[in-house]
Ligand binder design. Structure first.
Ligand SMILES: *Cc1c(COP(=O)(O)O)cnc(C)c1O
Length: 369
């Protein structure tokens, strides 16, 4: 977290505030940055997915809010492309949603290169369908647009997992602009807010439902006066009790810190650090110059995204790569390298959280192997 974010966190601890009012203010700021109707600060992108699914299934129905995660009696199915399934979709299932896979994971066959197509979503829609879960990646915005058109024709909301899709900064608003109803971002990744924060943004009606299912509901219906542009009290015949998201609460300090970080991120304030990231990776690759490793600096094609360094171990040996990765974690200064390419014998170094001295330490440790 940048110093300004920590200062904001600390300052927020000094004042009492109504969380409903604070989230309503957060909603306005998030809406501005994302060009959506409303937003909510959540406890991570995973919580945003749980709340988004809960909002879509329960809406403003008090009985449904109360019953979640038991969803047998109302539409509870979310269509998801088979090649977008991941461990993170547990967060959607946690709300009581059932995932229905569409398409095929033909990437594994080598021959078939067709990804899931829009018609396959449409063919799977039925009366049990509650919405569509879509995991955004750099190359699937055109599919998202087509899926949103189909979903809208069937009055199904689309919930997008875009947790790690920032930068580029424009994704703050371009993903929602594809027609998505709700978009989830991590606050603790490149936005550099508290690691435990996230953002849910999109249509007011779902954000309002998500907020109701997360906020503390210890109040009396007669006294309850939520900010009208955030939650419409008139729609309710009674006061909801604590919802499924009550276990996912965020503190006022986290909210204020996240919003501060969001302003910084959206203004491009972090871009000046790209050169530092590049320089630190350069320190590592220079140290490894005459070794049996081969280094390659991978520049991102996304604006504002930092490069990464791939360190290829001798002979691209998988076992060697695993062993180095493990031993580095167990050293007196534990080092956690990216482990997504170990099968190819490649160690990955993401510079985002490195300090100058770290780069030298990593390079020297690697040389010990
Ligand atoms: C990181 C990530 C998440 C979870 O985000 P948190 O903010 O850590 O909860 C969800 N989905 C994807 C695709 C992610 O990369």
């Amino acid at each position: 977290m940048p110093a300004a974010v920590l200062d904001a966190f600390r300052a927020a601890a000094n004042d009492w505030v109504s969380l409903e009012e604070l989230q309503a203010a957060a909603s306005r700021k998030i809406a501005e940055h994302t060009r959506t109707e409303a937003g909510l600060v959540t406890s991570g992108s995973a919580a945003a997915l749980t709340l988004g699914a809960a909002a879509i299934m329960a809406g403003h129905n008090l009985g449904r809010m109360e019953r979640l995660p038991v969803t047998d009696e109302f539409p509870n199915e979310f269509l998801v492309s088979r090649d977008q399934r991941s461990g993170y979709d547990h967060a959607v299932r946690a709300a009581g949603a059932r995932l229905v896979d569409v398409g095929f994971n033909e990437v594994v066959s080598g021959a078939g290169v067709r990804r899931t197509e829009p018609w396959e979503y449409e063919a799977a829609i039925n009366s049990r369908s509650a919405g569509i879960l879509f995991v955004h990646s750099r190359d699937n915005a055109h599919l998202l647009k087509a899926v949103c058109r189909i979903a809208s024709a069937h009055q199904l909301p689309v919930l997008v997992d875009a947790a790690g899709e920032l930068p580029p900064r424009r994704n703050l608003y371009e993903i929602a602009a594809c027609g998505a109803d709700l978009v989830a971002f991590s606050g603790g990744k490149a936005i550099r807010g508290p690691q435990s924060t996230g953002i849910l943004c999109g249509r007011q009606q779902w954000i309002s439902s998500a907020a109701l299912q997360m906020l503390d509901m210890d109040d009396h219906y007669q006294l309850w006066a939520p900010p009208a542009n955030f939650i419409q009290r008139e729609g309710f015949t009674g006061h909801p009790r604590h919802g499924i998201g009550r276990a996912l609460k965020v503190s006022k300090e986290e909210i204020v810190a996240l919003l501060t970080a969001l302003d910084l991120f959206a203004s491009g304030a972090y871009d000046v650090e790209l050169e530092d990231h590049r320089r630190r990776l350069g320190v590592i690759s220079t140290l490894l110059d005459n070794s049996s490793y081969r280094c390659s600096l991978i520049e991102s094609i996304e604006e504002g995204r930092w490069p990464i360094l791939e360190v290829i171990v001798d002979g691209r040996c998988r076992e060697t790569a695993f062993r180095i990765c493990q031993e580095l974690r167990q050293g007196s200064t534990p080092i956690y390298l990216g482990h997504g390419k170990l099968d190819e014998g490649i160690l990955v170094i993401n510079p985002l959280c490195l300090k100058d001295d770290d780069a030298r330490v990593i390079g020297e440790r690697l040389l010990e192997f």
